[in-house]
Design a binder for this molecule. Structure first.
Ligand SMILES: Nc1ncnc2c1ncn2[C@@H]1O[C@H](COP(=O)(O)OP(=O)(O)OP(=O)(O)O)[C@@H](O)[C@H]1O
Ligand SMILES: [Mg+2]
Length: 241
């Protein structure tokens, strides 16, 4: 699995934190890692973007960004309003493929959800994943509403013939409500793919040392970690009523 595309059910669901956890876990397993943020929006030229946040949390990874645009908008819109060239899916695929020649694992983080547009022709991260024949990891929220957006994302991936590697919960609450606990059984069912991890809420605020030590415990063996989906579900699941 040299390239893994990381998308989410939407923006602010924890893609960057999950990307950092995957990177930290791969580094702990002795693999070299590159992180490619396809298009970074909403940050000034001198501000750290998502790739820098991954490096801060995870450690020594190669970071790359194809373009950044100042306004916090979909990349196609942000590029148009900035009067700048957009990022095309083939550029994302080419950049990731080049990084894959020099690293054991390349993590490609999209912007927002799967169908957020990168260019005026409607190109998306899904097109880049297709060009790369890369598996896609979907980051999903824990609570109410996540079953619908996760299933929509999984269906779109399947329609496009893409490989949905699995789902990672971006932020698992310290005190999960009934919906979150029930979703542990329902998320893999609606996605037709396994739960591959759960990152605790607040993980992004840990010290880098604590983040790196803990990350392998949040992710399943498929992602080089030790997280056991079934044991987690049994521990957190509600009693039948
Ligand atoms: N497990 C977590 N622990 C701590 N903070 C989190 C966690 N998950 C998400 N957050 C916080 O929620 C916000 C959104 O998370 P994040 O930046 O990872 O989302 P994203 O899906 O990458 O968004 P974008 O589409 O902008 O790239 C951030 O402020 C982040 O610090
Ligand atoms: Mg992000």
């Amino acid at each position: 699995m040299p390239v893994l595309v990381i998308t989410g059910t939407g923006t602010e669901v924890g893609k960057t934190v999950v990307t950092a956890a995957v990177a930290a876990t791969a580094l702990a397993a002795g693999r070299s890692v590159a992180v490619l943020k396809a298009a970074q929006t909403g940050v000034r030229p001198d501000e750290p973007g998502d790739a820098a946040e991954v490096a801060r949390l995870a450690g020594p990874v190669t970071t790359a960004e194809i373009a950044r645009y100042p306004e916090p908008l979909a990349p196609a819109t942000a590029a148009r309003r900035a009067g700048r060239a957009p990022v095309h899916p083939h550029e994302v695929a080419e950049a990731a493929a080049k990084l894959a020649t020099e690293h054991d694992l390349v993590l490609v983080e999209g912007a927002g959800g799967l169908l957020v547009r990168f260019d005026a022709a409607g190109g998306t991260l899904a097109d880049a994943a297709r060009l790369l024949s890369a598996p896609v990891l979907v980051v999903a929220p824990a609570g109410l509403g996540t079953l619908n957006t996760t299933e929509l994302t999984a269906r779109e991936l399947r329609c496009r013939g893409l490989d949905l590697a699995g789902i990672v919960i971006g932020s698992w609450p310290a005190v999960p409500d009934l919906a979150a606990r029930c979703n542990l059984a329902d998320l893999p069912d609606v996605a037709g793919a396994p739960l591959l991890g759960s990152v605790p809420a607040g993980a992004g605020g840990l010290s880098p040392a604590d983040f790196r030590a803990s990350a392998p415990h949040w992710l399943a063996p498929r992602l080089d970690g030790t997280w056991d989906a079934e044991a987690f579900r049994v521990r957190e699941a509600p009693r039948a009523s």
